[in-house]
Design a protein around this ligand. Structure first.
Ligand SMILES: [Zn+2]
Length: 207
């Protein structure tokens, strides 16, 4: 997800972890192995692969930790506040986000499940790294609780409000193949589709 406006009064409880380079333990028997993080290609709407339903992650292993790190690298490089694996054509239930103003609170949610949602709804303007330069209003729950596994495979619960609540609902939609423009009218959606197809055809820069 991409945020356009600075958000105030966030109160998000979550577990954080530092983003460290992947360095295998050095020993006399094995050479030090450094695996650089990689920026992944972000699918652009209306790519049909964005409508794929993601499968649960069977185990949080080194492959998934690498996916988390690559998603974070890609999200930060694109100046997004959230990114779902679906958006990089990996159809497993993994999302990353960082809605902090300081951009130093990366969160990974693996197999996230909504456990509670407020009755109160709120309308906020959303953008999406898969739908460049398009922002529109979407109504969502004002606050939510989400249970997930973290990068270490530990279960945790996140209580999200404000931008974090918008972001986690937006990213969890991606995992079930839903892009935020699907909340908009058919007319608006068609206009966005036409605009982005034309842009892709013209090979313009889109960010
Ligand atoms: Zn998005």
């Amino acid at each position: 997800m991409r945020a356009r406006l600075a958000q105030t009064s966030l109160r998000t409880v979550h577990k954080c972890f530092p983003v460290l380079p992947r360095v295998a333990a050095a020993s006399f028997q094995y050479p030090v192995l450094v695996v650089p993080m990689a920026r992944l290609n972000i699918l652009r709407y209306p790519d049909p692969r964005l409508h794929t339903v993601a499968k649960p992650v069977p185990a949080v292993d080194e492959r998934i930790r690498r996916l988390v790190d690559d998603l974070l690298e890609t999200m930060y490089a694109a100046e997004g506040v959230g990114l779902a694996a679906t958006q990089v054509d990996v159809h497993e239930r993994v999302i990353v986000m960082d809605t902090s103003e300081t951009r130093d609170h990366p969160i990974a949610l693996i197999n996230p499940e909504l456990t509670w949602a407020s009755e109160e709804m709120r309308v906020a303007e959303e953008g999406c790294l898969s739908v460049p330069q398009i922002y529109d209003k979407v109504e969502r729950h004002a606050s939510v609780k989400v249970q997930a596994l973290d990068r270490q495979g530990e279960r945790f619960e996140m209580h999200a409000e404000g931008l974090a609540a918008v972001c986690v609902q937006h990213e969890m939609d991606h995992l079930r193949g839903k892009v935020f423009v699907e909340y908009l009218s058919a007319l608006k959606r068609d206009r966005i589709r036409t605009k982005l197809l034309k842009k892709a055809r013209d090979g313009q820069r889109d960010d």
